[in-house]
Design a protein around this ligand. Structure first.
Ligand code: NAD
Length: 278
């Protein structure tokens, strides 16, 4: 099944599976079980973060899967308080994951009130050059933060991971990404568990019925056809299967336009300027 997941080319010459597994709010034990099931089902891309406190569980699932390391794509993220000491932070993440390198290391939030994300971006270059991560990128960055990075370093982040779903489509930011060669990852692609997209947007149910698919599958398919990278979170095996089964149908141009029309700048997570926590 994994062979069916398309790859998105990144600006450093690497590629990333367009669909993966999200792991926010899964503790070590549950992350171990869910990641094991996902890998068995064909998922090859897992998104975690230091702050999710589940890198150990994910590492155990990876080791026990027996899947060759090169066939996997693992992302983790640098937490805000660790921005001044990124090398220690990634070493600890790699220890917990039991890996020698991750595929992608992201600055989790710009946390502008802390004033350390530029320092962190310089450090990420060193981590990449040391082989501790293959690619480097950012998360929750606004255009103004991307501008700052562009002013201090030649390397462009491979991608920016931001809240993105039919009610918050980030069209302006995505335009900036395209202009700069930055790929877009959607976090909270199904509404982050905070909003019921089927209730907010009945058109999704109509489209789902027309394809004999669920609303979640239609929404994930919309992300994929938009060229976005997506990694829905679930702890249920049936939903792991459901979320992977989106490569056997296609939304028409009219359906894509219908979903594009749902955008109402409705953010359900934290605004990037406000994510300054320790
Ligand atoms: P999501 O949009 O993936 O939604 C998860 C919710 O959708 C859960 O409540 C789950 O039960 C439900 N769900 C999953 N599959 C379903 C299905 N087939 N049918 C019906 N409901 C289904 O939200 P998320 O977990 O916030 O985002 C995905 C991933 O993005 C996270 O797990 C994490 O890896 C990442 N993330 C990153 C940031 C960041 O700041 N960079 C923030 C939040 C999440």
């Amino acid at each position: 099944m994994a062979l069916l997941v398309p790859e998105i080319m990144l600006n450093d010459g690497t590629s990333i599976p367009q669909l993966g597994l999200g792991t926010y709010r899964l503790d070590d034990d549950i992350a171990y079980r869910v990641a094991s099931e996902a890998l068995e089902l064909g998922y090859r891309h897992i998104d975690t973060a230091t702050i999710y406190k589940n890198e150990r569980g994910i590492g155990k699932a990876i080791r026990e899967s027996g899947i060759p390391r090169d066939d996997l794509y693992i992302t983790t993220k640098l937490w805000n308080g660790d921005q001044p000491h990124a090398r220690d932070a990634i070493s600890s993440s790699l220890d917990r994951l039991g890996l020698e390198h991750v595929d992608l290391y992201l600055i989790h939030w710009p946390a502008p009130e802390r004033g350390t994300y530029v320092q962190a971006w310089h450090s990420l270059h060193e981590l990449r050059d040391a082989g501790l991560t293959t690619s480097i990128g950012v998360s929750n960055f606004l255009t103004e933060h991307l501008d700052v990075l562009a002013g201090v370093a030649d390397t462009v982040p491979v991608l920016n991971q931001v809240e993105l779903h039919p009610l918050l489509q980030q069209k302006e930011l995505r335009g900036e990404h395209v202009a700069r060669g930055i790929a877009t990852e959607s976090w909270g692609p199904l509404g982050h568990g905070s909003v019921d997209l089927a209730v907010e947007a009945p058109i999704l149910g109509i489209i789902a019925a027309a394809h004999d698919k669920s609303v979640a599958q239609v929404v994930l398919r919309w992300h994929v056809q938009e060229g976005l990278i997506v990694f829905p979170k679930t702890s249920h095996k049936e939903r792991l299967i459901e979320n992977l089964s989106i490569f056997d149908f296609e939304l028409s141009d009219t359906e894509m336009d219908g979903i594009r029309g749902l955008d109402r700048d409705h953010r359900v997570g934290t605004h990037p300027l406000d994510g300054n926590w320790d």
